[in-house]
Design a protein around this ligand. Structure first.
Ligand code: OAD
Length: 236
């Protein structure tokens, strides 16, 4: 079987995890609702009150640990197993671990990962689903109180961009699932992919900010619409 696309890039946002029970950012009961973004998602907020920031992400970590992947995450695994492309990558803005739990491969967490903390003293990355707080000691440099949740805060550089940029240029198909297209640079990825010739399609519940950059739009719950699309793609 020959495939139409040799390289596929799937960009995901909070909407793909909504059906797993995790809040998106900009819905009425959104993740930031009880907190100011400045307090829990900026380096200044972290310096001002690290205990508050740790508490926020420790609570989120517990929520995320309970969540299970939904049919949209599982459809990515199916696509990666059954569609004969050379490369199908997942670039996610989500800090949850549902892509991994679903068995997705080639996942790049450009906004960081909830199950990691980074030492601001030595750069060591600690993998943990346990609580991290102001008294956590870095297992590498043994300094206390320098661990930060490995979440990309506003104003910080995205992770893995050296890997993601070539993927954006190479992909023949760019799929976006559950992201509002508000937060750059991720919101601009579709533009790069399109410039280099990719077909572009988005799966979303509501109109997105950058919808004019997509060739096709599929409205509805990704857990319902995306598995159907994967079946069609595999059938060719
Ligand atoms: P948003 O909350 O901004 O957008 C979620 C998108 O998912 C919206 O377009 C919804 O219409 C759509 N959606 C919701 N439920 C859905 C479902 N069941 N099926 C399909 N689509 C659905 O979340 P993001 O775009 O991920 O950054 O937000 C981007 C970044 O903003 C986040 O990574 C975060 C935040 O600031 C950082 O923390 C650095």
């Amino acid at each position: 079987m020959s495939s139409k696309y040799q390289n596929i890039l799937i960009l995901t946002g909070a909407g793909i995890s909504a059906e797993s029970g995790l809040a998106t950012f900009r819905s009425s009961n959104g993740l930031w609702n009880n907190h100011r973004v400045e307090d829990v998602a900026t380096i200044e907020g972290f310096q001002r009150n690290p205990a508050l920031v740790h508490d926020f992400y420790n609570d989120l970590k517990k929520e995320i640990q309970k969540a299970k992947p939904n049919p949209a995450h599982l459809a990515i695994t199916k696509l990666q197993k059954e569609y004969p492309a050379a490369n199908i990558s997942v670039v996610t803005q989500n800090v949850d671990t549902l892509h991994e739990k679903a068995g997705n491969k080639n996942v790049y967490h450009i906004h960081g990962q909830i199950n990691q903390a980074v030492c601001l003293n030595c750069g060591h990355i600690l993998e943990t689903f346990g609580d991290v707080d102001t008294e956590t000691i870095c297992p590498h440099c043994e300094v206390m109180g320098m661990m930060k949740p490995n979440i990309v805060f506003f104003g910080e550089n995205l992770l893995y961009m050296d890997k993601v940029e070539p993927l954006l240029r190479q992909c023949g198909l760019f799929i976006s699932i559950g992201t509002s297209g508000v937060v750059y640079p991720a919101a601009g990825f579709v533009q790069t992919a399109k410039y280099y010739g990719a077909d572009t399609i988005e799966f979303t519940l509501e109109t997105t900010n950058n919808n004019y950059l997509f060739d096709k739009h599929v409205y509805g719950k990704a857990g319902e619409t995306f598995p159907q699309y994967v079946e069609q793609l595999i059938k060719g």
